[in-house]
Structure formats: structure tokens, C-alpha cells
Design a protein around this ligand. Structure first.
Ligand SMILES: Cc1cc2nc3c(=O)[nH]c(=O)nc-3n(C[C@H](O)[C@H](O)[C@H](O)COP(=O)(O)OP(=O)(O)OC[C@H]3O[C@@H](n4cnc5c(N)ncnc54)[C@H](O)[C@@H]3O)c2cc1C
Length: 370
């Protein structure tokens, strides 16, 4: 019987390749009209590199490395005039000497390119109804289509639709860490010298990160949970414009100006997902939907890839005993997820101190590197 995967991002695409390679008939349903390629560069590290090797894409990923490794290992902190006042070490602890940083767009394209023509992609559709009959999952889609599957993999991110339909409301599982982040592409002239810079006032920071052939911008701000539509980019744009309306130092005005007409702006809450169980019957969650560690950890992407590989492996060897496959998948993943979800507040306080005193203390602790 067939397998349905909800979400065509890192978790969903890796799962599609891995399940298909093990003989499954795979359909992927993605809510967006096409693959979503925006976002900041992300890390592929540790065991995820072995998963990439198993998929035959490790060398291609390495060939698309952003070049960040050639920079100084710092994100420079500047004041309102652009003077360097501090330098945060950018390197996360290395999982392996070969850790890669890659643009999210390249990773999505490479993962997608590794999938054979036997996998079916359905864009612009979403699951509306799920019924687990014991011997199958019956799914109704918003388009009116319907399907019957052996297994449903919910790989639809921190605001997972599958999780809501099968496990209950998002509030039960997603923990907002008090921070929002927004990412957008910038014109090259806003970059500087191939390095990363940020400017901050209490609770709000603006980042410009320059690469050989791209320049990315970012907003990171402290805020309690905000009620907004995750799919309404205009509303998200306005939210950031309002939040930064009184911030004028450094290049903030120019970055806000680009935001007004940005086509690839992405905003989300820095959140973790905590669940007691990642499966119910024939439905299993994967990636951020099940165990988001938050963007602070740098582990969301590797964990999604590793989880997809383990899940497909356990499915292929479980002889129809899905309970056993899901149990082993959780057992293998939980310790790694636990490690990734620890230590986040420290990273948050370093990037976006809440007061001028805390900003001064941070800059004193990490003095500028000229
Ligand atoms: C456009 C985009 C930009 C991102 N940028 C960053 C970034 O800059 N920094 C960072 O740390 N993380 C970013 N992330 C999150 C990062 O990709 C994940 O944390 C990590 O890679 C794990 O991926 P995932 O596949 O579990 O979840 P996600 O990457 O969040 O993917 C979820 C996928 O499910 C799809 N989806 C959502 N709802 C439905 C539905 N109802 N039906 C079908 N499909 C649905 C989404 O469109 C998306 O393609 C971004 C995610 C997206 C989608």
C-alpha cells in the first residue's frame, strides 16, 4: 500500500527519498503551490552527513557550501554608526570536521533532485480529514480528493496540520521561546565584506550576512506569542515594520525598505515542539512537527534528515508491525532531540539582550575583533 507524506521541506523530502528507496509508493502533499526555498543558510552536520551520503548527495551538498567557513568565526556587533563594538563567536560546536553550511534553497533543490520520478508530488493541497480504520488511513484533502494509505507521515513543520488533526491543538505541543525571527534576501550593496554583522537595541536586532554571491538579512525580536496568520506574508511584513518603527540605527532603515517589497520574506516564532508520543495508529510525525528544537539550536535540519532515515529504515524492517517501527524510531531520536532542545535560552540572551545593561555586558564579554 501507499505512503502519504504531508510537507515537502527538509523532513518530507528526505522521507520521500528514503521511503521510496526502500520500495514504498510515496505521495507528497505540500500546501504551497511550489517548493518553498526561502530562509537563512542552515547546517547539515554530524550523522545527517551520513544520511546525505546514503542518499548520494553528500558531494553535491559540499559543492554548494556557502563559503561561510572562509569567514572569520565571528558575527560582528555594530553600534548605530556601524562601529564594531563586539563579536560573537558564530561557530556552533562542530559535530564533525566536515559540517556544512548550505543555503536553504540549495538544500531543498538538492533533496528534491535526489527523488526519483516514481514519487508523486501534489502542490497547493492539504489534508482536511484523517480517519485511521486500523488497516489503513483514509485521508480527505481540501481539494476534495481522497486517498487510502498504509501510513501517513506528518512532516508539515512547527504549525503541523497533521499534528492538529490527529493529536490535537498546537498550543498543547508548541512552546514559544519568546522570540520571533524573520529572514529575507538583500541586494548585494547592503552587504559589506563577506562577513556577518548585526545591530541591536533592547529586544530587537537586525542582521546582515554577506556571502560570495548572496546577501541575507534578518530580524530577531523578543515578543510574547503574537496571533497572526502563518500564511499571510503581508501581515507578517507589517508586524516587523511596526516592531522596528522606532529603530533607526546602522542600516535598519534600508533593510526595512527592502522588506516592504521582499518576495522571499519568511517569519516565524522560535519555538520548540514537545510531545509524549510522535505516533498514533498509522500516523507518525517527523521533523519540526514532532520535535522542533528551534532555530537557535542549529539542529532542526539535521534532526529532520536523521529522523527521516531512521523512520524509513524501521518501517522497511518491521514486517508490518508499525508500532514496533515507531517505537524504535522514537527510541533512537529522543536522546538527540533532548540534547538539541537544551541550552536555548543562553543563545537567545546573547543574540537579543533585553536591556541596554545586558547589551553592554554582552559586548564587554565578547569584545570586537577588528
Ligand atoms: C520557507 C521556510 C523558510 C525557513 N527558514 C528558516 C530559517 O531561516 N532558519 C531556520 O532555522 N529555519 C527555517 N525554516 C525551518 C527549517 O526548515 C526547519 O526547522 C528544519 O529544516 C526542519 O524542517 P521540517 O521539514 O520539519 O519543517 P519545515 O521546513 O518547516 O517544513 C514544513 C513544510 O510543510 C509544509 N506545510 C505546512 N502546512 C502544510 C499543510 N497543511 N499541508 C501540506 N504541507 C504543509 C510547509 O509549506 C513546508 O514546506 C524554514 C522553513 C520554511 C518552510
Amino acid at each position: 500500500m501507499a505512503i502519504l507524506i504531508s510537507g515537502a521541506s527538509v523532513a518530507g523530502l528526505t522521507a520521500a527519498q528514503r521511503f521510496s528507496a526502500r520500495g514504498a509508493e510515496v505521495t507528497v502533499v505540500e500546501r504551497a503551490p511550489e517548493l518553498r526555498r526561502s530562509g537563512a543558510p542552515i547546517d547539515v552536520r554530524g550523522t545527517a552527513l551520513d544520511v546525505a551520503a546514503g542518499m548520494g548527495i553528500r558531494d553535491t551538498l559540499a559543492a554548494h557550501e556557502t563559503g561561510a567557513a572562509q569567514r572569520s568565526a565571528f558575527t560582528h556587533i555594530v553600534d548605530e554608526n556601524g562601529e564594531k563594538v563586539g563579536a560573537l563567536p558564530t561557530e556552533l560546536p562542530q559535530d564533525s570536521p566536515d559540517d556544512l553550511e548550505i543555503f536553504r534553497s540549495d538544500l531543498i533543490d538538492i533533496l528534491h533532485g535526489s527523488i526519483g520520478p516514481d514519487v508523486t508530488f501534489v502542490y497547493g493541497d492539504s489534508i482536511q480529514e484523517v480517519t485511521d480504520t486500523g488497516d489503513a488511513v483514509e485521508v480527505g484533502f481540501t481539494s476534495g480528493r481522497a486517498g487510502r494509505y498504509e501510513l501517513l507521515v506528518g512532516a508539515d513543520g512547527i504549525h503541523s496540520n497533521t499534528r492538529r488533526l490527529v493529536f490535537g491543538p498546537e498550543e498543547r505541543y508548541r512552546r514559544h521561546l519568546g522570540v520571533y525571527y524573520g529572514i529575507l534576501s538583500l541586494p548585494a550593496e547592503l552587504g559589506a565584506d563577506g562577513e556577518a554583522y548585526f545591530y541591536g537595541v533592547p529586544g530587537r536586532s537586525v542582521l546582515i550576512s554577506d556571502y560570495a554571491d548572496r546577501t541575507m538579512g534578518g530580524f530577531t525580536f523578543l515578543s510574547p506569542e503574537i496571533a497572526y496568520d502563518y500564511h499571510d506574508v503581508d501581515q507578517q511584513r507589517q508586524l516587523v515594520l511596526d516592531t522596528y518603527s522606532s529603530v533607526r540605527g546602522w542600516k535598519t532603515a534600508e533593510v526595512l525598505d527592502v522588506l516592504k517589497r521582499s518576495e522571499d520574506f519568511y517569519l516565524d516564532s522560535a519555538s520548540q515542539v514537545h510531545m509524549d508520543r510522535w505516533s498514533r495508529g498509522r500516523v507518525v510525525l517527523l521533523g519540526d512537527a514532532a520535535f522542533a528544537p528551534s532555530f537557535f539550536s542549529g539542529q532542526g535540519t539535521p534532526l529532520a534528515m536523521i529522523g527521516a532515515d531512521i523512520l524509513a529504515d524501521e518501517w522497511a524492517t518491521c514486517d508490518g508491525d508499525l508500532g514496533q517501527a515507531f517505537g524504535r524510531y522514537e527510541q533512537a531520536m529522543r536522546p538527540q532531540v533532548h540534547r538539541a532542545q537544551e541550552g536555548v535560552p543562553e543563545a537567545r540572551d546573547r543574540i537579543i539582550p533585553a536591556t541596554w545593561e545586558a547589551i553592554e555586558a554582552r559586548n564587554h564579554r565578547w569584545p570586537p575583533v577588528r
